[in-house]
Design a protein around this ligand. Sequence first.
Ligand code: ATP
Ligand code: LTN
Length: 330
Amino acid sequence: MNKKTVYSGIQPTGCLTLGNYIGAVSNWLKMQEEYNCIYSVVDLHALTVRQEPAELRKNILSFFALLMAVGLDPQKCILYIQSHVPEHCELTWILNCYTYIGEAGRMTQFKEKSQRHKNNINMGLMDYPVLMAADILLYQTHLVPVGADQKQHLELSRDLAERFNNIYSPTFVVPEPYIPKQGAKICSLTDPASKMSKSDEDKNATISIIDPPELIMSKIKKAVTDSEKIVEYREGKDGINNLLTIFSAVSGRTIEELASEYRDKGYAKFKNDVGEAVVECLCPIRQRYQELIADKNYLLSVAREGAEKASRIARKTLRKVHRKIGLVER
Ligand code: ATP
Ligand code: LTN
């Protein structure tokens, strides 16, 4: 009865990467056994950068299928598509009126994306974290499993919840981030100093969770390492550290154990075994995905049911918010 609520979302852009899986989605999976979990394909967030309509439409369902393929079970958690629940936009508007332009402008992701999309610095890009706060606060969320890059956005969600609660009276649960100690930042295979990102144009930089086995092996074999010959986890060895982190996450073995086993075995053998472990972890996901994506009607029916459940919870919060700020009941 007193289970905590967990909420998270993922944008339907690019392909779901090993970074997304290790940093975020694998935790969603573990948490569905223990908490009230609500997970969403956040399509409205994706609109903050220009999308090709046909591709976006395809990606939304594809991400929905991917989430089910990794093992999220609509019997155990609520799975839905963000734009199917209009309360997200409604609460965003209200929260906008409690967000300072200064604090939104300070967000690292806003600054980075403004740099990357210089000719389309739109209002939505700046409002991105407020929509994210609305996602979280609508469901009275306690815990938000995300990768390390989302920490700042979570802080803003907390600030907005506390600000609102202080002006009126306790209305929102103040959410806590849930960031894994290990794997919160999986790095690019070709530039191991930066994060693996699903919108990276260099296809060798990322592993999609539905890449075929040969492709996974070849990308890992090409991964940038260093000119030493020792497998160990330490500063200055970004490439090897990243591969060790990946190896540990997909095999369930510790980094220390793997580093001591592979220390002097050479990079070729090490990369081969990392590749095989990744393939073994991802193969069943790929198979389930192919089955699910072939049945569009089933996916849509799961999404519809999820949106109904989500909407019921969201409505309740929104009614409370309307009452507190002085709007008149319908
Ligand atoms: P984009 O490149 O389009 O910005 P992204 O790869 O950052 O996308 P998101 O949809 O923004 O993906 O993030 C989904 C989840 O995956 C978030 O919780 C995010 O923190 C996490 N995540 C993203 N990249 C990584 C990574 N390289 N390592 C660990 N976690 C990650
Ligand atoms: N900004 C997040 C995606 C996201 C999200 C959320 C995550 C949108 N709404 C609510 C957690 C909770 C990202 O991962 N890039």
